[in-house]
Ligand binder design. Structure first.
Ligand code: ATP
Length: 567
């Protein structure tokens, strides 16, 4: 298949915003796409060159891409950079400068080249990447060059997301959205769009129903709802519940197959290289042929006392891993089991999964143990466990249903798990993970830094980051000074297409929606200034950065609406 066929889909997707239109454009393409090319085409349409969980990226920034453009177009790099300054987009820059050829590249050639670029490592890899991309751009048409450059930097600027692709696959291969539910389930257990596309095209819904958990393919993590009041917990969960300590660390999904062990983050990245100590600990203390464990890894001191999340984040490093293992030891607190000896446990209830979890934990040690928990339905006991956890320094508790329907809802934020945190007890609303989309310059004491940050929540329906609050307090002097340094590389000339903000609230600087901050808020009120359903967070205070979250994993509009309605 010619790459031009995919470009013919990219082009309208860039302009169209209606969900129905997007679905029908994609579905039409899938119907016509040859079976042998479907997998690769699906990855490319999702703006990637592999599945989300494999996270294969080209590792090329705008700067490097512009160097390739300069070589391919035989234009002075200074001129290329100038054009980039005007367009703000490597794709448009490439389109305007390269690609005088008519004939179209093949999908295979583009895909192979992008993988070659992604696979390059070592001392001379940067030069290799630049050259390989330049060679590809040299034989591309200008339209193709635009999308190749965007694929390389990972910014497709398209309206279609993974959900639209799943809808379109269902429509293309079953004639309606009827397979969507099954596709969703399959996607949560096995988030690989290319694989699912092949499966549904060949074996329809029957095939999709057989998609299960696969070793070394991370499962989307189950998430918790937040309770507005203590009372609400008992409205949502009847009968006995597991009340567990809520650890403030990093979610770890551990895949074990004999001696072969991998750890995946909440963002489905393979973080095994950062935690060889955790892997070693699991190897010694977990007994099974194969299993997938769910837990929270926390920094601990020599006496096993829990340390802060910020400290743990220092373990997210490429270099000096060994040094930091000693400096910041980690303990994995286990609370769920998703797969055991070749069989998925996702559809089993929580008591059954927990029983299986207990059976594989050979020994509780300082590096891996079961999460602290009680099982009760007595509110007094829950309150006293909660108080005990707070005294210990925990964030709060996680309350989990033990009913027959308490399955593992991968990738879903439902009422089977409820978080109850200390902020509620303090009368605060809660903490929110917000995406920084702009900044207002500081004056007086804050001259040279920012006076406040414009923060947004994510709306998965409109696929927009909608503004929710202006964040100006909670920063230390040092943090304030560092803000411009942190945000400089995300500055963009104009409002990002994915950001929705009112004209009256125009910040001095716009940022690409990348950085997530955790914010404590006191009240959600109606406000005509913000686009998040006209709701705003009052008295926000900065707590910390959340490098473990992507912008799309920020607090959603749905969550804040839920919160507001329950007031
Ligand atoms: P969320 O994960 O709900 O999007 P978040 O990352 O901001 O939000 P919190 O709202 O603070 O985190 O709480 C949920 C997270 O708490 C889980 O994703 C998990 O990483 C962590 N966690 C800690 N202890 C537990 C536990 N016992 N059971 C489940 N999750 C736990």
């Amino acid at each position: 298949m010619k790459f031009g066929k995919i470009v013919d889909v990219f082009e309208p997707l860039e302009k169209v915003t209606s969900g129905n239109k997007i679905r029908s454009i994609l579905a039409d393409f899938f119907k016509k796409c040859p079976a042998s090319e479907l997998k690769v085409a699906t990855y490319l349409l999702s703006g990637r060159i592999s599945s989300e969980y494999k996270g294969v990226i080209t590792g090329m920034s705008n700067k490097l891409v512009l160097r390739s453009v300069s070589i391919a177009a035989k234009k002075d790099l200074k001129k290329v950079n100038e054009l980039f300054k005007r367009t703000g987009d490597a794709g448009l820059t490439a389109q305007q400068l390269v690609g005088r050829r008519r004939e179209s590249l093949s999908v295979k050639k583009v895909f192979q080249s992008l993988h070659k670029i992604a696979g390059a490592s070592g001392a001379k890899s940067q030069d290799f990447k630049i050259k390989e991309l330049a060679n590809l751009l040299r034989i591309a048409s200008s339209k193709e060059a635009k999308y190749i450059a965007r694929l390389v930097v990972g910014k497709m600027r398209l309206g279609a997301g993974d959900r639209a692709i799943l809808d379109a696959l269902s429509i293309a291969f079953t004639g309606s959205k009827e397979a969507r539910k099954e596709l969703d389930k399959a996607y949560q257990a096995n988030p690989d769009l290319g694989y699912l596309a092949e499966m549904i095209s060949r074996r329809k819904i029957r095939g999709i129903k057989t998609v299960g958990v696969v070793f070394k393919r991370p499962i989307k993590v189950m998430l918790a709802q937040r309770a507005k009041s203590f009372q609400e917990i008992f409205e949502k969960i009847k009968g006995e519940m597991a009340v567990e300590e809520k650890y403030d660390g990093e979610r770890m999904q551990v895949h074990v197959q004999g001696k072969n062990i991998r750890i995946f983050s909440r963002r489905l990245e393979d973080i095994s290289r950062q935690y060889p100590d955790v892997i070693d600990c699991i190897r010694r203390n977990i007994r099974c042929k194969s299993c997938i464990l769910d837990g929270e890894g926390c920094a601990v001191d020599k006496k096993g006392r829990l340390l802060s999340f910020q400290l743990l984040m220092q373990r997210r490093r490429k270099y000096d891993v060994e040094k930091y293992i000693k400096k910041i030891p980690v303990c994995l607190f286990l609370f769920d089991l998703l797969f055991l000896n070749g069989k998925s446990c996702l559809q089993e209830d929580y008591p059954a999964r927990y029983k299986a979890l207990k059976s594989v934990v050979k020994k509780q040690t300082s590096c891996a143990k079961l999460a602290n928990r009680i099982v009760t339905k007595n509110p007094k006991k829950i309150q006293s466990f909660f108080n005990k956890m707070l005294k210990k320094g925990a964030e709060g508790v996680m309350i989990k249903s033990m009913e027959n329907d308490s399955v593992y809802k991968a990738g879903t934020r439902g009422w089977l798990w409820i978080k109850w945190k200390k902020e509620y007890a303090k009368g605060m609303v809660d903490t929110f993970d917000l995406v920084v989309v702009g900044a207002f310059r500081g004056h007086g004491k804050r001259a040279g830094s920012y006076g406040s940050l414009l923060c947004a929540v994510y709306n998965s329906k409109t696929r927009k980051f909608e503004t929710f609050t202006k964040l100006g307090s909670g920063f230390t002097d040092k943090q304030l000074k560092e803000l411009p340094k942190i945000f400089r590389k995300y500055e963009s000339k104009e409002k990002d297409k994915r950001v929705s903000a009112k004209k009256e609230l125009k910040p001095d600087l716009w940022f690409k929606p990348v950085i997530v901050v955790e914010v404590l808020g006191a009240e959600i009120t109606k406000s005509p200034l913000h686009t998040a359903e006209g709701l705003a967070l009052r008295f926000p205070r900065f707590l910390r950065f959340r490098p473990d979250k992507s912008a799309y994993q920020a607090t959603s509009v749905k969550e804040i609406l839920n919160f507001y309605k329950k007031k």
